[in-house]
Write a protein that binds this ligand. Structure first.
Ligand code: CA
Length: 377
């Protein structure tokens, strides 16, 4: 056998093994009616198309038609309605139309509403572990956190912990990587962070506090005016798409890349009883539409961010990166915050340990593949 023939047959063999060999079972179409789970799902099949009309009340933490987050949920409700042939209607209640923005968790927990769309970090006062289901500073990218949620222990842990509040969560979107925020003056070293008043919530805020920042919580409607009047020196929000609409570039010209929210998950959460009362058909439709919502929102954020990023540059915004000493101090501060919270809460310790184990592996692969590629592209 000459060299060319050998390589040819070796290629043919590896292609055959890649396709799973050529035995009989691999030549058949995948027939769901012969699936081992079919018997279990027979009730589903028999009821398909005959589910009774159901209407669910879903409240959001966003104003009506709020870009990407609000409009994403509107498309979710529309898809559910169409896919169910009109038998499942989700009525949307933007913030304050039925319950206040940050009362949606309790309202769904006690059955006043059937579902809500919001962010798990808002509920850290109920259980500090909940903020971890949004993400961790210096932690998972959007792709990594979704892989932990669906194929690691993320969603399992989240559902166990929310069950105590009579709730059943789904990942309901992702902001994708967020920017570090808007500053009125440049940050040239860690010293420049001392005493800065900055609007920054969640675990990120706790990390910044250890860097000498004074983290302040402000509702969305008050951030711009506070920054304009110098009542705060800096603010983070989301990323170019939503930051541009807030107009921060008019009152703070330094825009920093970030590490405090590298891929924040939003949530689509149901009252557990409302969820369990749904027919298997309606549950399957919601599962698909929720997965679609989660994916589409991530893509839409990226698509809108790239456009808004160009606009911000054309408006003369100064793009900046934190100096190395701020990044190094941020990583150390995160360790201290995690240690404190893990000591204070067993749930936090459990979820964080799972994240850390997954992250260790994920980082090795992401650094070797995506990290390399982004640096040389
Ligand atoms: Ca943010």
């Amino acid at each position: 056998m000459d060299r060319r023939t050998f390589i040819g047959s070796a290629a043919a063999i590896s292609a055959a093994s890649l396709l799973g060999g050529c035995n009989e079972s691999n030549r058949q179409a995948i027939d769901y009616s012969k699936h081992p789970k079919k018997r279990e799902d027979d009730a589903f099949a028999e009821n398909a198309g005959r589910s009774k009309k159901v209407t669910l009340k879903l409240a959001t933490s966003w104003p009506a038609h709020f870009p990407i987050m609000g409009t994403g949920v509107e498309r979710f409700a529309e898809k559910v309605y169409k896919a169910s042939g009109g038998s499942l209607e989700i009525k949307l209640y933007p913030k304050n139309t039925l319950v206040p923005a940050l009362a949606v968790f309790d309202a769904a927990s006690n059955g006043q509403i059937d579902a809500f769309h919001s962010g798990p970090y808002y509920w850290k006062g109920k259980n500090s572990a909940f903020s971890l289901f949004s993400g961790v500073p210096f932690g998972f990218t959007a792709e990594e956190i979704n892989s932990w949620m669906y194929y690691g222990n993320g969603l399992k842990l989240w559902r166990e912990m929310y069950a105590k509040y009579n709730l059943y969560p789904f990942p309901g979107g992702n902001t994708n990587i967020q920017m570090g925020g808007w500053f009125r003056k440049p940050i040239n070293s860690l010293e420049d962070m001392q005493g800065l008043k900055m609007r920054i919530p969640g675990l990120g805020g706790e990390v910044y506090a250890k860097l000498g920042v004074n983290p302040i919580l402000l509702p969305a409607g008050e951030i711009y005016t506070s920054l304009e009047r110098g009542m705060i020196d800096a603010t983070e929000w989301v990323g170019p798409a939503l930051d541009l609409k807030m107009g921060f570039y008019k009152v703070a010209s330094y825009y920093y890349s970030g590490w405090h929210e590298p891929g924040s998950i939003l949530e689509l959460t149901f009252n557990k009883r409302s969820w369990e009362k749904l027919s298997p058909q309606h549950q399957a439709i919601i599962e698909m539409a929720a997965s679609d919502l989660n994916a589409q929102m991530t893509y839409e954020f990226h698509a809108e961010n790239i456009k808004a990023f160009e606009t911000l540059k054309s408006l003369g915004v100064t793009l900046s990166k934190y100096p190395d000493d701020v990044v190094a101090a941020g990583k150390e501060a995160l360790k201290a915050v995690i240690a404190e919270q893990s000591t204070a809460s067993r749930d936090f310790a459990t979820v964080y340990a799972d994240i850390a184990a997954y992250m260790e592996q994920s980082k090795r692969w992401s650094d070797a593949s995506l990290g390399y590629f982004l640096n040389i592209r």
